[in-house]
Design a protein around this ligand. Structure first.
Ligand code: FAD
Length: 467
């Protein structure tokens, strides 16, 4: 029997991992990628320089046999290091030990590793080939090369992993509307860089003189929460940190509109991030040359065109980055889709419908939680009500681990469906609020009574054992 052929649009993180898994299961996979091969041409751009990899993404990489290789190139992050305005900082650990940590990975290194793995599994990549149109009736697609020269080719079953601005999605939507809604966040971001400690004056590195080659504690996700906006920084293996400033795009100060030039931006950092600014010696150059990125959530009613075309990853469900789950969610997608396709390779209409049935409620849930997490990160990590709930939650999780688990933990360190984490998290939050009755002192709550109330209100958590 001829191999089922799949035409994948986009060889980014999700496209490359999906391609590898499908090729390993015997599919003939061709990937058309707009950009040149990053392994030859050097990696161009990408929207964030590093990403947080959590358990869901890691599990997908395990399934693909790639987790160990990726972790070798990653920096462990044990918790959030919160930097207050007065220059103090403290680590809020994710778990009691290093079994619950997240990992900072370079987008470029991860993409190249995935491309290598997919190619080794037999995937054919066609770089510098941009999808411009699709004829779903004739099963042909039109591609443009880097000079803009176009050609048409026959396509197999089409899968779009071409990101938030997906060209395949646009073609599908023009053929049969997908019920697309794009909700802009109104906040935008800009990336800056803290170089390795060796390149900074010793006087800036505090009494410790830095942390080996890092200017800040390397094993943490750093946050400078400032209410309506924030900076974060994730470590890179070579000792630098990628800093991201999140700020309203328009509106009263501070917004990107009120920081039109580096002098204004520098004055703002001097005021709001005084401990961070000196660690960014090329601030003016970074601020001038790095673009302002916009952030939106994408919702679609339909992810597929019967059995002919399907969207996956950001092309189907781009979300805001505040839970660090966009890639993790897309990686989880690839495992589900590859398994469904392997089971019924001929019945793509059924497989695509089933994929959407399984994944769409979960994509909607992580979209909502990512939006909520922006408020939590920029605001609540320094808020006493939030901290009291967090502390009481930790006590309940310790006393009744079968009944209470922080939502962040369900999302980040388990494979419980996102939709379950969302609903359960909401119910737990309501209970914590009732128990605290507005107090900011978790110690004032009668813990035995709280555990009794918890068990009376919520069913046990599902088993966390996975196959
Ligand atoms: P993309 O990574 O966008 O890849 C799409 C690919 O398709 C690209 O290679 C592109 O060149 C190609 N392409 C585009 N158009 C065409 C075309 N017409 N023809 C052919 N090819 C095309 N997620 C996390 O899990 N953790 C994080 O910490 C995290 N941090 C983030 C920080 C920021 C600031 C942002 C913006 C996002 C972050 N994300 C994070 C989300 C993550 O980047 C995305 O979810 C992930 O990149 C999605 O992968 P993808 O392959 O679906 O899309």
């Amino acid at each position: 029997m001829a191999q089922q052929s799949i035409t994948l649009i986009g060889g980014g993180l999700v496209g490359a991992l999906l391609a590898q898994q499908l090729a390993r299961r015997g599919f003939a996979v061709d990937v058309y990628e707009k950009r040149p091969d990053p392994r030859r041409a050097g990696f161009i751009g990408g929207r964030s320089i590093n990403l947080a990899l959590a358990e869901r993404g890691l599990q997908a990489l395990r399934t693909a046999g790639l987790a160990a290789d990726v972790l070798q190139r990653a920096v462990m992050m044990r918790g959030r290091m919160v930097h207050t305005r007065d220059g103090r900082s403290g680590l809020q650990r994710y778990g009691v030990d290093d079994s619950e940590v997240i990992w900072s990975v370079s987008r470029a290194a991860l993409n190249m590793l995935l491309l290598d793995a997919a190619e080794t599994s037999g995937v054919r990549f066609h770089f510098g080939q941009s999808l411009v149109a699709a004829d779903f009736d004739a099963r042909r697609i039109r591609l443009a090369d880097e000079q803009g020269k176009e050609r048409s080719i026959d396509a197999g079953v089409l899968i779009g992993a071409d990101g938030a601005g997906s060209a395949l999605r646009a073609a599908m939507h023009a053929y049969a509307p997908l019920g697309e809604r794009i909700e802009p966040l109104g906040h935008a971001y800009k990336e800056l860089e803290i170089p390795p400690a060796g390149t900074l004056p010793a006087s800036l590195l505090g009494e410790s003189g830095g942390h080996d080659q890092f200017a800040l504690e390397p094993h943490a996700l750093h946050i400078w929460p400032r209410g309506g906006y924030m900076c974060i920084a994730l470590p890179n293996t070579e000792g630098s940190f990628t800093v991201t400033l999140f700020l309203p795009g328009q509106g009263p100060h501070p917004s990107f509109a009120t920081l039109p030039d580096t002098a204004a931006a520098q004055a703002f950092f001097r005021e709001d991030f005084p401990d961070l600014l000196p660690l960014i010696p090329d601030f003016a150059q970074d601020y001038d040359s790095h673009p302002v990125g916009t952030l939106s959530t994408l919702y679609l009613d339909r992810w597929h065109l019967d059995g002919r075309a399907l969207l996956i990853g950001d092309a189907a469900h781009a979300i805001v980055p505040f839970h660090g789950q966009g890639m993790n969610c897309g990686f989880e997608d690839t495992v589900v889709l590859a398994a469904l396709l392997a089971e019924s390779p001929e019945d793509t209409a059924e497989v695509f419908a089933e994929f959407q049935r399984i994944r769409q409620p979960n994509a909607n849930a992580i979209a909502a939680m990512a939006l909520e997490n922006y408020i939590e990160m920029r605001d609540s990590v320094a808020d006493p009500h939030y901290l009291a709930k967090r502390e009481l939650g930790a006590l309940l999780a310790e006393q009744a681990p079968g009944h209470f688990m922080a939502r962040y933990r369900m999302v980040t360190f388990t494979h419980l469906p996102y939709a379950y984490a969302f609903e359960r998290g909401r119910a737990q939050d309501q209970l914590l609020q009732q128990l605290l009755r507005g107090s900011t002192d978790a110690g004032s709550v009668d813990l035995d009574a709280a555990v009794t109330a918890l068990k009376a209100t919520l069913p046990p958590l599902p088993s966390l054992r996975h196959g």
